[in-house]
Structure formats: structure tokens, C-alpha cells
Design a protein around this ligand. Structure first.
Ligand code: SF4
Length: 734
């Protein structure tokens, strides 16, 4: 499989040469793909007999990621050549370089290269930004041809391309096949091109004659290869195709300085630029097209945030989400390749739960308040000239501090200018991996998408798939760092596990060391902390990519859930007897705690207005205490599937509950206790209003603990007193 990038100055004839080369390769029996990377999107026009095709960028703009189909952007041209056009913004607006990056990301998803033996990239060669340099990246092009004429600006562009290649390749193996000399028949051109070739130490790979055959065939909306009217021309492309298929020697990029280029090579005044070529549009001709079967995009899109819906607001950015996730690893360094403001915004999110506990309880969550987060501090110079050098310095500084791993995460500005942070992986040492996570700010998606990317890239970069098994251990997956009861829930779960003889192998990623994360595969079973969309997505990732066994239920909340969860875990390890013993002990504690609440709560009317879809943990003890459930209003919530209960009683549930209905129901139903997610006006007119957490405490007694609070509040007959009494307020609400 060869991937050939054809570079050259705009208007130099790259598209003509690319299309004829593709045609020659296809006629020799190869399966060929041509990708036009010029915003003019006319690279494949003559292969397509003048027919214009939908560009990738237009397609991306109007298509939901879940609906991507390769057949929408891939057309079949002359001799079966697959044709793709990147497209780009109108001249003078937007960022065409970014367009190239987006195009290549989509083509990667389709794994289009893998379907063809030869890929030709037709690329605008005025390497003006990182975006246009994407096809130079080694993962795309293994062979580079540079098209030039003998005119100064063409040679100047060719020299610039060599600079771009040199920047990318460094000490890597050479991959330039040579110059393609496209004759313009101007005076002294041959000598200039030969001098340039000698100075940059490249062969002239091919000389393309100036011929009317090109003009004639293009008048008919064909390549010269298809028209086959001029043997001199077709022989050139056949020869190119044969040599490229057979394998050619490769050369390094040795660009000249501007002075060398002007004085040594040209040694004369600049000639005037040649007139531009033909552009006439031709009527379309229908081609019998054979589109290859659709790519299975399931794996590429399986781990997408469900909030990425066309037309919907973007909820945060992937950069924020990736950083908030990865800073949880205890001894990793995290480098944001971004301006300082992006890190400031991210830090506010990360530290919010820490600041809340600090203000409310005077305690710190150090990991949240002081994450090991460094910024490459992109400013205008880095935006204009690229920021990879500064980023590399940053990575080296962090490596010197000997962290467990270094993560590099890219922001919007880094993505827009095409800074390829994946190259930072080359700085990894034998002991410390450098793991790039290319979120490119919000270009990869929202906060949740960044969370997925961080979890997955860190797993791929760190976890040892051959870790020595540790029997009777479990992993914990996907705890939420921004929730204040995360540690308490972890301790509770650990104590249950310990009671049945199971210990925790590793947490992913919450407050875990890189060393333990590496050994993630050692545990026979993984326990997700939640059962929501995020957790099920991560579960599916670990099952598919690491073959891990995962329990398909989150940390349990409430008596029945906890008993069932324990039984499932115990059954996996053959510890059923230990689990039953623990459950019967917990049953006694549950009953003992419920008993004194009954006199206070019996007959009290409970109304719930909430986002939560699973409420058995509170409904069961409330019913057992003799409370009357007068209303359960469930607001719409995109992350879950619907109200669920296993209680064998009729419940007054209303799903899709409108907010404004709560006030009317409170007035009509007169509940003693209103349980809701928000403090609102209704709270003032019921005897007790309590908040229901989005992430409740885990364990057998989750509901009992909440009911204790209600009993305490109802016991304080004069609610006006407790609301004004700070000590009581702290006791019940802090
Ligand atoms: S959306 Fe882009 S610019 Fe804004 S904080 Fe995220 S990375 Fe920075």
C-alpha cells in the first residue's frame, strides 16, 4: 500500500499530474484513491468527467456524526479511481488548513486508505500552516513528489515544502521520490530546475512535457490518459506509475536558505509569473459508479458523547473534560497545550467541588484544588508560528520531575493551527510514557467526549494487557471526581468487599497511581461506580478493547440494590456464604435504624419532584416507615432511560413532569415533606423540604440516612427557629 503526496505551488499543474498519475496507476491494475486537498476542490474533476462531487467539509457541516457514510463523500471516477475532495471555506474567510485536518480525521474514521493499494494526495503546496502540512505527516504519506516548473515562485514553493518536510521528518527515514518538472516552455527553465535539484540533492523524477494533449483532453472533461491521443504524454505517466509501483529510492529534505535560493540557484532577476491555466466548466457525464461497501463506523462512533446532537448547545469542551478526567491520576503530569485562559476555565470546573467542601466544611480536597496541571501558555507567537517547540520544552521539564506519566491535551487554538501533539509521544522515556490526547478543544466534542477520550487514550497508553493476575481483587471504574461523596462511597464499597474477602486492585482513574493503573488487567472483575451512559460506554470500551469482565451494575444505593449487588459480586468469586452473612447483619442494622423513625414519619405525606429515575432506595424505607407517597414527578433527563422500580405497590408517578406543576401540586396535595433537586419557592410552604442528590450515598442505609434527617427536622416543631439557627442548620444541611 503506497501513499503518495503530490505537492506543489497553486496552479503549477499538480491536479493534472495527480489525476493522470491516478489514471495510469488504475489502468495498470492498481486500486487507486485520489484525495484532493485544495480548497478549490477540482482535483478529481477530470477523473469524474467534469462532475463536481460533494466535498468532505460541506458534508461535515450538515451531517450528524452518527449518520456518516463513506458513500456520501466517495465517488468512483475513470478506471475505478476513488475520488474524494476535501473542499474548504470561501477565499478570505475561515481556516482552510483546519479543513484539511477535519477531512483527514473523517477519512481516518472510514479507514479509507486501507481499501486501496495506492492513495494519491493532491495538496496545495504553499505550506502556509499546520493544516496544509497534515498530508506530510508520516502516518499519511510514505512517498512525496514535488511538482515545480522553472519559475521562481514555483521553486520558492518547492523549497518551502522541503522545509515543511524537514520539520516533520527530523532524523526519520527519507521519503521524497524527487521533483516532477512540469515544463512551461519558458526561457532557462530546464537549467534552473536542474540547478535547484542539484542544490537540494534531489533527482528530477519525471519531466512532464508541455502538450496540447492536456488542453484537448480537459476540454472533453477527461484526463490525457483516458483520451490517449498523445503517446508522448501517456508514456510519461505510465513510466511514473511503473516506477512508483516497483519502488523507488527515497531522499531526505535538504532545503535552501532564502539567500541560497535567490543568489546561488537563480542568480538572476525573477521572471514574471506565467498566466494561469484553463478553468472552463463542462457538462456533467454520468459515470457507472461502483462504491465500495460501507465502513463499519460502529467502532469509531461507539464511544461518542450522546450530547453531540446537531443544533444542540455544546456542553463544555472536550479539552475541559479530558483534563478534568486525567488530573485524577495521582502521580501523572498533565500539560494543556493552550492559552492560559483555557486552563483557567478548566481549573474552575475541576476545583469547584473542592472549593465547596472548603467553604462548607472547612476541609480541602487537595487533588481537586491543586491538580498537577501545567500550561504551555500559547500566545500570539505560538499561534502564528506553531507552538510545538515550546510544548516540547514543557514536556521535557515535566519528564525531569519523574512523574508516572505525562499527558498532553490540545485546545482549540492548537487544533486550529494544526499543532500535531501526537509527536510528543516521541519524547517518552523507557519509564515514563508521554500520552497525547488530541481533543483540539471543542473540535472533538463536548466535556463528556473529552472524558471518554481521556479514559480511553490513558488506558491504551498505560494499561499492561499481560499484567500478572491478582485473584480475589476487583477494579473500580469511572468514579466521578467532582462529586463530594466519591471517597465516602469508595470506603463503603471497599468495606463491603473486604467483608467477603475481596480487595481493590486499582481505581480508574480516581486518585489512583499510574503504577496501579498499569496493572488494571490483573483483577478478574471490574466494578463500575455508576450505571449511567458514561459508565456503560466505558464498560463497553473495556470489554471490547481489553477483554475485561465487568459487572453490569453501578455502585448500589439502598437496601435491595446493595444486597443484590453483593450477591452478584460474591457469586463471581464463590463467596456467597460470606455475602449472605453480611446481608443478614446489615438487615438487622437497617431494621434497628428504621424503628425509631416510624413514630415520627408514619402517616407523613411525601412528594418527590426530581431528575432521578431510580428512587427505590428512598421509597422502600419511606413506605416501610408508614409514609404516604402522594406524588412522584420525574423531570425529563437526557442521560437516562425512564423511571424504574421493583416495588410491588402502585406509585403516583408522572414522567416528563413540568417544573411549574410542582407549585400547584404542593398547594393541592399538601405534602409534609418535599424531596426535590432544587431549592425553590415551594420549599417555603412545606414543613420540610429536602434536596435529593444526583449521586446519592451508596450502601444499605442510603434511604435511612435521609429519613433520619427528615425526622430530625420534623421533630423541631418550629421550623422558623431551625432556619435561623446556624448550629441546627449545619447539623442537618452541612
Ligand atoms: S472551547 Fe476551546 S477556547 Fe474555549 S476553553 Fe475549551 S479549549 Fe479553550
Amino acid at each position: 500500500m503506497a501513499r503518495i503526496a503530490v505537492y506543489g505551488k497553486g496552479g503549477i499543474g499538480k491536479s493534472t499530474i495527480s489525476a493522470n498519475l491516478s489514471a495510469a496507476l488504475a489502468l495498470s491494475g492498481k486500486k487507486v484513491l485520489q484525495i484532493g486537498c485544495d480548497p478549490k476542490h477540482d482535483s478529481t474533476r477530470f477523473l469524474m468527467h467534469g462532475r463536481r462531487q460533494q466535498t468532505v467539509l460541506d458534508y461535515l457541516r450538515k451531517t450528524d456524526p452518527g449518520d456518516y457514510r463513506v458513500s456520501d463523500i466517495l465517488e468512483v471516477g475513470f478506471a475505478g479511481v476513488g475520488c474524494v475532495e476535501a473542499g474548504g471555506p470561501k477565499p478570505g474567510v475561515g481556516c482552510a488548513g483546519r479543513g484539511i485536518i477535519s477531512t483527514f480525521e473523517l477519512l481516518d474514521q472510514f479507514r479509507l486508505n486501507e481499501r486501496y493499494e495506492m492513495t494519491i494526495y493532491d495538496v496545495l503546496g504553499d505550506v502556509v500552516c499546520g493544516g496544509f502540512a497534515v498530508p506530510i505527516r508520516r502516518d499519511y504519506a510514505d512517498t512525496i513528489l514535488i511538482v515545480t516548473s522553472g519559475e521562481f515562485m514555483a521553486l520558492y514553493a518547492a523549497n518551502n515544502i522541503l522545509r515543511g518536510i524537514k520539520n516533520y521528518d527530523g532524523m526519520a527515514s527519507p521519503r521524497i521520490a524527487g521533483l516532477v518538472f512540469n515544463r512551461r516552455n519558458v526561457e532557462g527553465e530546464e537549467e534552473r530546475v536542474r540547478r535547484f535539484a542539484k542544490a537540494v540533492q534531489l533527482p528530477v523524477f519525471t519531466v512532464v512535457p508541455r502538450s496540447d494533449a492536456f488542453t484537448e483532453s480537459e476540454k472533453n472533461n477527461m484526463t490525457a490518459m483516458e483520451q490517449d491521443a498523445c503517446p508522448e504524454v501517456t508514456a510519461v505517466f505510465r513510466d511514473m506509475a511503473e516506477r512508483l509501483c516497483a519502488g523507488v529510492p527515497m531522499y531526505k529534505a535538504c532545503p535552501l536558505t532564502d539567500e541560497e535560493l535567490e543568489t546561488t540557484i537563480l542568480g538572476e532577476a525573477r521572471p514574471a509569473a506565467a498566466a494561469s491555466g484553463r478553468e472552463a466548466q463542462r457538462p456533467a457525464m454520468q459515470e457507472e459508479a461502483e462504491i465500495p461497501p460501507e465502513t463499519d463506523l460502529t467502532s469509531a462512533n461507539r464511544y461518542r458523547s450522546k450530547n453531540l446532537v446537531p443544533g444542540a448547545a455544546l456542553q463544555g469542551c472536550a479539552f475541559n473534560g479530558a483534563i478534568a478526567t486525567i488530573v485524577q491520576a495521582r502521580d501523572a503530569a498533565v500539560i494543556a497545550h493552550s492559552p492560559k485562559s483555557c486552563v483557567y476555565i478548566t481549573y474552575q470546573g475541576i476545583s469547584s467541588s473542592g472549593r465547596r467542601t472548603l467553604f462548607e466544611r472547612g476541609t480541602l480536597i487537595p487533588g481537586s484544588l491543586a491538580p498537577n496541571l501545567v500550561c504551555s501558555e500559547m500566545g500570539e507567537p505560538e499561534i502564528v508560528f506553531g507552538g510545538l517547540d515550546e510544548l516540547g520544552d514543557c514536556v521535557r521539564r515535566e519528564l525531569g520531575k519523574k512523574p508516572g506519566a505525562v499527558f498532553v491535551i490540545s485546545s482549540c487554538p492548537a487544533g486550529i493551527i494544526g499543532d500535531d501533539i501526537s509527536r510528543m509521544a516521541e519524547l517518552s522515556t523507557p519509564d515514563i510514557p508521554v500520552i497525547p490526547i488530541r481533543t483540539d478543544g471543542n473540535m472533538a466534542g463536548d466535556f463528556l467526549q473529552g472524558t471518554f477520550m481521556a479514559f480511553m487514550e490513558a488506558a491504551r497508553g498505560l494499561i499492561d494487557r499481560n499484567a500478572k493476575p491478582r485473584p480475589y481483587t476487583v477494579n473500580i471504574l469511572g468514579e466521578k471526581a467532582t462529586v463530594t461523596n466519591t471517597d465516602a462511597n469508595f470506603r463503603r464499597i471497599s468495606s463491603y468487599l473486604s467483608a467477603i474477602g475481596i480487595s481493590v486492585n486499582a481505581r480508574y482513574l480516581c486518585q489512583e497511581s499510574v503504577g496501579n493503573i498499569r496493572n488494571f488487567c490483573a483483577a478478574p472483575l471490574t466494578l463500575p461506580a455508576f450505571g449511567d451512559f458514561t459508565a456503560t460506554t466505558l464498560t463497553s470500551f473495556f470489554e471490547n478493547e481489553f477483554g475485561l469482565k465487568v459487572l453490569h451494575r453501578g455502585f448500589p444505593v439502598g437496601y435491595d440494590e446493595t444486597a443484590d449487588w453483593l450477591r452478584d459480586v460474591a457469586a463471581f468469586f464463590g463467596r456467597e456464604a460470606e455475602a449472605e452473612k453480611l446481608i443478614s447483619e446489615e438487615e438487622k442494622i437497617y431494621r434497628a435504624e428504621l424503628e425509631p423513625l416510624i413514630p415520627v414519619l408514619k402517616g407523613k405525606r411525601l412528594m418527590v419532584a426530581t431528575y432521578n429515575f431510580e428512587l427505590d432506595w428512598i421509597l422502600r424505607p419511606a413506605i416501610e416507615a408508614g409514609m404516604e407517597i402522594v406524588k412522584i414527578g420525574v423531570f425529563s433527563y437526557s442521560q437516562d432511560v425512564g423511571f424504574r422500580t421493583r416495588l410491588d405497590v402502585q406509585l403516583p408517578v408522572e414522567e416528563g413532569y413540568p417544573y411549574e406543576q410542582a407549585a400547584r401540586d404542593v398547594a393541592e396535595l399538601k405534602p409534609d415533606i418535599l424531596l426535590t433537586n432544587y431549592s425553590s419557592g415551594e420549599a417555603d410552604i412545606v414543613p420540610v423540604a429536602d434536596t435529593i442528590p444526583m449521586c446519592p450515598d451508596t450502601g444499605f442505609d442510603a434511604g435511612i440516612q435521609m429519613m433520619k434527617r427528615w425526622a430530625g427536622l420534623l421533630g423541631l416543631r418550629n421550623k422558623g427557629v431551625w432556619k435561623k439557627d446556624e448550629a441546627l442548620f449545619r447539623q442537618y444541611y452541612a
